[in-house]
Design a protein around this ligand. Structure first.
Ligand code: NAD
Length: 269
């Protein structure tokens, strides 16, 4: 058992954090060696199992990432962009694989992850599920096959607590559509339509977001032509798919050369 890769979960009290902890505790391929929360969080200093409302598991929730990362082979991180940038430097120092599920990075923030990826193995994906990563490939293929007479719209729906839009997954799908068409996504993005917006631009890739209730994550890529539509859809009904994907990435990353990888690398797609 002691040879299993040790995992630290950051943002351990979050929706994804708790899902990751439960998935690791059920797994015989990885073991939990640490749990990090932000300074001042009510769970700091408490046993993680008890904080989650169950039995004691012998892992104390901590706000000192470097100390925990030094004991780990991988850090699995679904927090916020600023926190993730800090964790990237610390995970590189600790020589731990950094699996990043956090979304909502600006271009500037993404550039700040690059120094760490020269020294550490980083796997970042806006969506860790097998189904969405397959959908990314399909989107690229369909976008390459259909010309600009087909308008591309990415529509996503998430729970009411989500703080960023479009979702990381919607952006991955938009990027795949742009790659398929051979265009630069920022040049063709249309989002946040409201009021008298004028007609849709030819060749634009549109984004819209629905927020409500407990929706785990739904994505449609619509190719709307004259007289017909092709719709590619993924519906997530359980966050466990993201946790399983993240742990698969943590195992895959062991012994890999430093660099920035995606779930497409992990899944061999
Ligand atoms: P959440 O708000 O429930 O959890 C985030 C947690 O991070 C919170 O517990 C918060 O206290 C903690 N945190 C924030 N700053 C921290 C810091 N400096 N140090 C330690 N902990 C810190 O959110 P969530 O729904 O779990 O989502 C988290 C992120 O993961 C979001 O960006 C979301 O979009 C993304 N997400 C990605 C995927 C994927 O497959 N890539 C799937 C689901 C969610």
């Amino acid at each position: 058992m002691s040879q299993l890769p040790g995992i630290v979960v950051t943002g351990a009290s979050g929706r994804m954090g708790q899902m990751l902890v439960n998935t690791i505790l059920e797994s015989d391929r990885v073991k939990l060696v640490g749990a990090i929360e932000r300074t001042g969080h009510a769970w700091i200093g408490k046993d993680l199992g008890i904080a989650m409302g169950g039995a004691e598991i012998g892992i104390t929730v901590d706000d000192d990432p470097l100390d925990s990362f030094a004991r780990a082979q991988a850090v699995v991180d679904f927090t916020s962009p600023e926190a993730t940038i800090e964790f990237a430097g610390l995970a590189a120092q600790a020589r731990a694989v950094h699996v990043i599920g956090t979304t909502g990075f600006t271009e500037d923030q993404l550039a700040r992850l690059e120094p760490a990826s020269r020294h550490a193995t980083i796997i970042r994906a806006g969506n860790m599920s097998l189904g969405v990563n397959l959908l990314v490939q399909l989107t690229q293929k369909v976008a390459a096959a259909l010309d600009e007479d087909f308008d591309i719209e990415v529509v996503e729906a998430h729970h009411r607590h989500k703080v960023d839009a479009p979702s990381g997954t919607a952006l991955m799908l938009g990027q795949a559509a742009a790659d398929g068409r051979g265009v630069n996504l920022p040049d063709v993005t249309e989002s946040g339509r409201d009021g008298i917006t004028g007609a849709r631009g030819k060749g634009a890739i549109g984004f819209s977001a629905i927020r409500g209730g407990d929706i785990v994550g739904e994505h449609d890529v619509i190719f709307a032509g004259e007289g017909e539509r092709v719709i590619l859809r993924h519906v997530a009904t359980d966050r466990r798919i993201f946790a399983r994907g993240a742990l698969k990435a943590a195992i895959w990353g062991q012994g890999k050369n430093p660099g920035l990888y995606s779930m497409l690398d992990v899944l061999g797609l």
